[in-house]
Design a protein around this ligand. Structure first.
Ligand SMILES: *Cc1c(COP(=O)(O)O)cnc(C)c1O
Length: 394
């Protein structure tokens, strides 16, 4: 089947869950889409080949550009985010770097909010600076600071809620401020997933996901997505992505299509469990601070729900290595968004070797613990946290 047929989907009279469960119709009535494990796609006749090169046909050509399994994923995600087009990549960082480079060039300025994902920070501070793209980092919760910083800028890069401290930006207000300055806006929406936040509706220009997190949901894929207008996606596919070559594989696209079917269901469970644990931690004497956007919801928030990732600070006197080692269900590890619960103490990245350490530069507390709440029973997770905290008190 052709990618354009794959794009045909039930109309919007259906709800999001229905649309995510129902894929396009496939050959032989297959319920699950085929994995097109083919590097190239041949033509039956000369004219159809010429038509493809002229741009008059969407016949698949080559898997660096338009693998049909990947194209089906792109259609589904574009619709879910409410965008015209989507482009999939082999990682979230490929999505981020391609998207940024499609907007800014040498001599142009980026404004970026504090507490962005560490490799986004390194990309802007290190790589981009080498190509004479300068970035100013600002407190994303201050509209005044953003207003001043955006003068003469080309791109505003957002991440809401942000890494480590989960601080939100007012997307509607920031988007209209950026329009006033003629600045393009881009957001990393991995935390909320398209289920809980649709930034294009708030006026943001480009949305990025590390699909390695909730969209995959099973901790078995590394992938990235960019969703925007056809024109903005074309700026990437014409000038950036074919040359950087960070394409997604058909197998991984298929796993993401599978992940999407249960995304709303999983997000609802992450929402409920993490909010319950955040509330319990907030009332717990050993905890000095809980960073979860649902505890003190802002009236300006564009979040429709909360994911499973949040952080808290352990009071002095609780030994962090003992706490981490005492956890039985929360495993120590980077990443998040999967079925399994994970723990990551900020001290591990504060001590990380290498240039441009965002945790140090943005002043993340060494007492901070980030957890990714998985799909286990919430009561078991609470008992695990409580036991580990009690056993680490001295
Ligand atoms: C993990 C992550 C990324 C990077 O995604 P990869 O798929 O690992 O390249 C970007 N942004 C955020 C917020 C992330 O958590």
């Amino acid at each position: 089947m052709q990618p354009d047929e794959a794009a045909k989907k039930p109309g919007h009279e259906f709800g999001e869950n229905t649309r995510l469960v129902h894929d396009a119709r496939h050959d032989r009535g297959a319920i699950s889409p085929p994995i097109y494990q083919s590097s190239l796609f041949s033509f039956t006749d000369y004219d159809s080949m010429i038509a493809r090169f002229r741009g008059d046909s969407d016949h698949a050509l080559y898997s660096r550009v338009d693998n049909p399994t990947v194209v089906e994923l792109q259609h589904k995600v574009a619709e879910l985010e409410g965008g015209e087009a989507c482009l999939a990549f082999g990682s979230g960082m490929a999505a981020i770097s391609n998207a940024i480079l499609s907007v800014v060039g040498p001599g142009e300025k980026v404004v970026c909010v504090n507490h962005v994902y560490p490799d986004t920070y390194r990309f802007l501070r290190g790589f981009c600076t080498r190509f004479h793209i300068e970035t100013q980092f600002v407190d994303g919760s201050s509209l005044d600071a953003l207003d001043v910083a955006m003068q003469g800028a080309r791109l505003l890069y957002l991440e809401s809620p942000s890494s480590w401290v989960m601080s939100e930006q007012n997307l509607h207000a920031v988007a209209s401020l950026a329009k006033k300055h003629g600045v393009v806006t881009m957001i990393d929406n991995s935390w909320a997933s398209p289920i809980f936040q649709k930034p294009l509706e708030a006026g943001i220009d480009l949305v990025i996901h590390s699909a390695s997190k909730y969209i995959s949901g099973h901790s078995d894929v590394v992938a990235g997505l960019v969703i925007a207008s056809r024109e903005r996606i074309a700026a990437i596919t014409r000038h950036i992505s074919p040359f950087l070559g960070g394409k997604l594989s058909a197998n991984e696209a298929w796993l993401l299509l599978r992940g999407l079917r249960t995304l709303p269901l999983r997000m609802r469970q992450h929402h409920t469990s993490a909010l319950a644990l955040a509330g319990l931690l907030q009332g717990y004497s050993h905890i000095t601070q809980v960073n979860h956007p649902g505890l003190h919801p802002s009236p300006d928030s564009s979040l429709r729900g909360y994911s499973g990732l949040f952080s808290f600070e352990l009071r002095e006197g609780i030994d962090i290595p003992t706490f981490c080692n005492a956890l039985q269900l929360f495993r120590m590890g980077v990443s998040w968004g999967g079925f399994e619960s994970l723990v990551m103490p900020a001290i591990s990245v504060l001590n990380q070797a290498g240039e441009f350490n965002s945790a140090i530069d943005f002043g993340v507390s060494p007492r901070l613990i980030r957890i990714s709440v998985g799909l286990e029973d919430t009561a078991d997770l609470w008992r695990d946290l409580q036991n580990a905290i009690e056993s680490a008190c001295f």
